[in-house]
Ligand binder design. Structure first.
Ligand code: CS2
Length: 508
């Protein structure tokens, strides 16, 4: 899919321009050089998932924390599958740049937080050895929701064939649960010291979910008692809330970085100015002084996480599905181009989201929602609607369905959130309002298509068929006649009038 395409290929970069690396840093403007240099800081962290988000978020915080407060907290970045990012970062001595894009300006800086790069698919043993290395005291993850292989509804492990094989045979592990299990078994055998495993993915209660995954994987693999006992005594699972909008890199991202740096950076990424990290402070082997870089260390990240998943990601998904259906390429264009959409989102935030949970002390959900809408409107961030629309089956539960369930439990009608579900259902049928094909990029695409094939095609039929996906919709929600009726009403309006017609005047 285009969002995962190779930006370097289409811009003709590479050529004769020097590549970013330790040997060319002197060509980079002084105020764009890294705060620390790979090789100057010993490794203390392993990070799984070398995508754009990690590089623009945790890597930036960690580099700044090490530059300010010291510590052996270099990051060894592990790409589970993507060999391109491994080659590029290896060729660039682990260096990459982050461009911060506001409507008015772009600022590019090279980040030196990574001290090593590994490719799990071709060298899983190296990753297992790292996880068992006493120097490594923190493991962070940004592997996307689906890599955890947890049932989005129950949070229970639902191993596919690959995970099951990783957990029950001694073949080289190929999956994230498999790598973690093997690493922890090796670490326990070596009694290599305590470790914090930190999920930085947009899962609900991500710390608890990761703990559940590890606990279930240990049981599934039938590890010896000594190992099963070592893990809970030595490993913690701090919850986190992570936030920064970082779209997939494009040819434009690489061209902007080259213009700013004077050298070519094939691992360049760009993100918005806003960034936030709330972390539960439970690190038995120590941690970088992330607070010096602006992170908030807390005893309970739960309220922050709900605020972000429901008040930002849920709204993001709403714009992604409605915007893609209305023919808009980016989130900012959809927000500006669909009349009535901002008003609908404001009502969703005020009437559904804000009333569905208790926010962190002193935070107004409505004000938070306003700041989110402002961030989404940043025209310099070309975040594609179809990128955010991806993996809807894994995202809808924590972003929208938990809001719906909490409002229903209080006896209310979360009408605006039902619109988001209807928009996903229409999006899943694969056609925009003008008939253009839309990609269904989702681990449950097969089940979704099978359900739709049996639906009869009417709005009521589609709603009934898709509500039957037990991996997405909890049975109580699927059986709730008011929920069904609200979604059907919206889907009927979307089918008949398209997004623009359905939203015009809807929010008063
Ligand atoms: C987005 C997130 O792609 C998506 O699903 O909603 O990646 C979002 O940009 C980040 O969570 C912002 O922190």
């Amino acid at each position: 899919m285009a969002v995962n395409g190779d930006p370097a290929a289409s811009v003709g970069l590479g050529g004769d321009a020097a590549l970013l690396g330790l040997g060319t840093l002197d060509r980079v403007p002084a105020d764009s050089r890294p705060l620390v240099r790979p090789g100057d800081v010993a490794a203390g962290i392993v990070h799984l998932g070398l995508g754009a988000f990690h590089r623009a978020h945790q890597a930036v915080y960690t580099e700044q924390a090490v530059a300010t407060a010291g510590g052996d907290w270099g990051i060894v970045g592990v790409a589970p599958r993507n060999i391109d990012v491994v080659r590029r970062l290896t060729d660039q001595d682990c260096l990459f740049s982050v461009t911060t894009l506001s409507a008015a300006a772009a600022r590019t800086r090279v980040v030196g937080a990574l001290t090593g790069i590994r490719h799990a698919a071709s060298d899983p043993a190296a990753v297992v050895a790292l996880l068992a290395d006493p120097a490594i005291r923190v493991v962070t993850l940004t592997v996307t929701e689906k890599a955890y292989q947890l049932d989005p509804v129950t949070g229970r492990l639902r191993p596919d064939e690959a995970v099951a094989a990783d957990l029950t045979t001694d073949r080289a592990p190929t999956t994230v649960p498999g790598l973690l299990l093997r690493g922890l078994v090796a670490r326990a055998a070596a009694d290599a010291g305590p470790l914090a495993l930190v999920s930085c993915d947009n899962l609900p209660s991500n710390g608890r979910r990761l703990r559940g995954l590890v606990t279930e994987a240990l049981a599934y693999a039938k590890v010896p008692d000594a190992t099963a006992d070592w893990v809970p005594a030595n490993v913690t699972f701090p919850g986190t809330m992570v936030d920064r909008i970082v779209p997939a890199a494009t040819a434009q991202t690489l061209a902007t970085a080259r213009a700013a740096l004077g050298v070519t950076d094939l691992a360049a990424i760009a993100g918005e100015p806003y960034t936030q990290w709330v972390i539960e402070d439970d690190f038995p082997g120590g941690r970088p002084a992330w607070q010096t870089a602006g992170a908030v260390l807390t005893g309970d990240a739960g309220p922050w996480e709900r605020l972000k998943l429901r008040g930002l990601n849920g709204v993001h998904s709403a714009i992604a599905y409605l915007g893609a259906l209305a023919g808009h390429d980016t989130i900012a264009e959809a927000l500006a181009g669909v009349p009535g959409l901002p008003a609908v989102l404001r009502r969703m935030i005020a009437e559904d989201v804000a009333t569905s949970f208790t926010p962190p002390d002193g935070v107004s959900v409505v004000e938070y929602g306003e700041s989110v809408l402002e961030r989404f409107a940043n025209p310099a961030i070309r975040h594609r609607t179809i990128q955010v629309a991806m993996d809807g089956s894994q995202k809808l539960p924590q972003r929208v369905l938990h809001t719906i369930a909490d409002r229903r439990a209080a006896g209310d009608r979360p009408y605006w959130s039902a619109l988001v579900v209807a928009a996903w259902m229409r999006f899943a049928q694969g056609r925009a309002d003008d008939g253009t094909e839309l990609p269904l990029d989702d681990p449950l695409a097969g089940q979704i298509r099978a359900a739709l094939a049996d639906s009869g095609g009417t709005p009521a039929g589609v709603v009934a068929a898709l509500l039957g996906l037990t991996e997405v919709f909890p049975p109580e929600l699927a059986a709730d006649p008011e929920v069904r009726e609200m979604i059907t009403t919206w889907l009927t309006a979307l089918d008949r009038h398209g997004v623009v017609g359905a939203l015009t005047g809807a929010a008063g």
